[in-house]
Design a binder for this molecule. Structure first.
Ligand SMILES: Cc1ncc(COP(=O)(O)O)c(C=O)c1O
Length: 384
């Protein structure tokens, strides 16, 4: 029954394990979920109020596909405020989540067998989305400290290479690219005139060490070959609102808009109004979240590193601990499966990110959940 295309697609391991854990919780089991990639904070009051007002004002009809003018203007201002980048409203658009921005970008950039270079560990949806666009993911292993391997990027470029994909801060490793690396990436793009860069910056505001580097701002001459993907999902604890956005060359944005016309039309009108408030209102809530994540990160990383069989480096950004489990002798799927069924802690097996000797724990969970989770992990490790 299934098409060849459908046969090639794997379900999202991150969503799968989270829904399994949620189901167990519903059945009355005391499961600690450290799997989900979403802040546990409620969406800030100011944003909820803007959305409620939108509903009361009957702002509930279709909007232009690429987003309402107020949102597009807010997106342009955000890029100028945070990244020093000037875009016109024709160079930005809104989507149903950052995920859909990426999907559309691959569909609009790739011809069959075009290659996309990306680093392991990668966010799992990239691979499936590239495959859906009939492209070929070219997976490069990050260096042991999770930094980008520039020599490998250079040697992987062929005449079929279309896109270089960078995700900083990275999900799952938390790696944040350094200015020196960004400069090398820019040089690679200058040298390879047909190469396009997709920069996934959805964790931009969650940085604990160093600062967010935006490659487009370092190389204004490359603006026509860079697509920046972002979203309000993580930044403002709005994962369920499904509102992502991007900025890039007008020609690409125009194609992505045409495709979106036939896929989802506009993202939710209410979410768009909420996103205007999120992006352009007072940014205090982001700072509060960052402060809390900073504390949780220290707690989680310090505690996990006390356990003999596992280790993890403090992530520079995002809100995940990427933990090496090699010494347990288990692969990541077995580890995550046993940890969930025997000790009731849900984590994501690193296999989903291309590294079967790691697991990913989210510290976007309450302090109480983290404490309970690590206590159970410690006990679990003693049984290994
Ligand atoms: C690296 C990365 N990019 C993009 C996304 C998509 O975010 P959204 O929820 O806005 O679709 C995620 C979500 O987990 C992510 O981790």
């Amino acid at each position: 029954m299934k098409s060849e295309r459908a046969k090639k697609i794997s379900p999202s391991a991150t969503l799968e394990i989270t829904s399994r854990a949620k189901k167990m919780k519903k059945e009355g089991k005391d499961v600690v979920i450290l799997a989900a990639g979403e802040p546990d904070f409620p969406t800030p009051r100011r944003i909820k109020d803007a959305a409620i007002k939108a509903i009361e004002n009957n702002f509930t009809t279709y909007t232009p596909t690429s987003g309402i003018p107020e949102l597009k203007e807010a997106i342009c201002k955000k890029f100028e405020r945070d990244n020093g980048l000037k875009y016109t409203t024709k160079e930005v658009m809104a989507h149903c989540g950052g995920k859909h921005a990426l999907y559309l970008a691959f569909q609009c950039l790739l011809n069959p067998k075009d290659e996309v270079i990306l680093h392991i560990p990668y966010w799992n949806s990239y691979i499936e989305q590239v495959k859906l666009a009939e492209g070929l993911p070219v997976e490069i292993m990050s260096k042991p400290d999770m930094s980008l391997d520039m020599d490998q990027i250079k040697s992987s470029i062929t005449d079929k290479t279309k896109v270089l994909l960078i995700n900083s801060p990275s999900n799952p490793s938390g790696y944040v690219i350094k200015k020196e690396e960004a400069l090398v990436i820019g040089e690679i793009l200058l040298k390879n005139k047909d190469l396009f860069l997709i920069s996934d910056e959805v964790y931009e505001y969650f940085i604990y060490e160093g600062k967010h580097i935006n490659i487009a701002s370092l190389f204004p001459e490359l603006k026509e070959r860079i697509l920046i993907v972002n979203a309000v999902s993580k930044s403002y604890s709005m994962t369920g609102w499904r509102l992502g956005y991007c900025a890039g060359p007008e020609e690409l944005i125009s194609s992505m808009t045409s495709l979106q016309d036939h896929m989802t039309s506009n993202p939710s009108s209410i979410s768009q109004i909420a996103a205007v408030e999120a992006i352009s209102g007072e940014q205090e809530d982001v700072k509060i979240m960052l402060q809390e994540f900073t504390k949780r990160r220290s707690f989680l990383v310090d505690t996990l590193n006390r356990f003999p069989l596992i280790s993890c480096s403090p992530p520079g950004g995002a809100f995940y601990a990427f933990v090496n489990i090699e010494k347990t002798g288990m692969n990541s799927v077995t580890f995550a499966d046993k940890l969930l069924s025997e000790s009731l802690v849900a984590v994501i097996p690193g296999k989903a990110f291309g590294m079967d000797n790691y697991i990913r724990l989210s510290f976007a969970a309450s302090r109480e959940a983290l404490e309970k989770g690590v206590e159970r992990i410690e006990k679990f490790l003693k049984t290994v």
